[in-house]
Design a protein around this ligand. Sequence first.
Ligand SMILES: Nc1ncnc2c1ncn2[C@@H]1O[C@H](COP(=O)(O)OP(=O)(O)O)[C@@H](O)[C@H]1O
Ligand SMILES: [Mg+2]
Length: 285
Amino acid sequence: MNEREPVTKPSVSQIGASAPSGATEATSASSTNPALLLENVSCWYGGFRAVREVSLAIPRNKVTALIGPSGCGKSTLLRSINRMNDLVPGFRMEGEIAFEGTSVHSRATDVIDLRRRVGMVFQKPNPFPKSIFENVAFGLRLLGETTGIDALVEESLRAAALWDEVKDKLDQPGLSLSGGQQQRLCIARAIAIRPEVILMDEPCSALDPKSTLQIEELMRKLIRDYTIVIVTHNMQQAARASDYTVFLTMGDDRAGYVVEQGETGKIFTAPQQQLTADYVSGRFG
Ligand SMILES: Nc1ncnc2c1ncn2[C@@H]1O[C@H](COP(=O)(O)OP(=O)(O)O)[C@@H](O)[C@H]1O
Ligand SMILES: [Mg+2]
């Protein structure tokens, strides 16, 4: 579905070689050719360091979950990937984030193009005050697409598992849908412009359990075509829906750091670190 550019060699060294002791499967399973490679990423808001030296590899066509207590920098890290934090005054990042082998901060990287290729779905469904159809067509129109819009809108709504529920009312406002439908509409809107990666920041936290399960099912289907990174503080969701899990926590200085990462099954059933065991068993966080 995606037209991928020829894969270039990552410009930063492979994480596997320099990973901290907590790093396990997520890195080794993907270090051959991950979609995203973060190396020693630190983030500051003014003088406050929110994220400390995070290194991880995000495997292609998998769901990677970022979990950890509130305030440990999950959203900050996620928004650094497609440079959404550039918009925050005082924000600064050190380290390297490579997307398909090119630094997101490289001069060769066009931020608009980066955000097209690395889309985002937010915590609260945020349809535009437009019709269902125009919500999905929005990005296509922005990109100057004039032909085939009907077909692309339908395809995106189908991919987001929403088509059957809205096909007879495409002219109605996106905001008239239920919360769960609105979130699937936002996913359809994200998909319409053919990203390669979809970043999701707690996409189900405003949804009921049934809609939550629908979104999780949808994620499992979407990874055939996309790479997904999801922030969640719902342990069950991470366990059910992700392939790899990255557990972050905060140090005494409140900077978030990675405690452990690996295959989701292992993180939840046989964590290597006591902090991880405490967190996934609900003893802390
Ligand atoms: N725009 C901002 N300006 C200043 N500090 C921020 C901003 N956004 C987040 N922070 C701080 O950075 C830390 C990490 O926040 P965040 O990434 O939102 O954590 P999480 O998503 O894990 O809850 C927190 O201490 C938070 O208060
Ligand atoms: Mg957050």
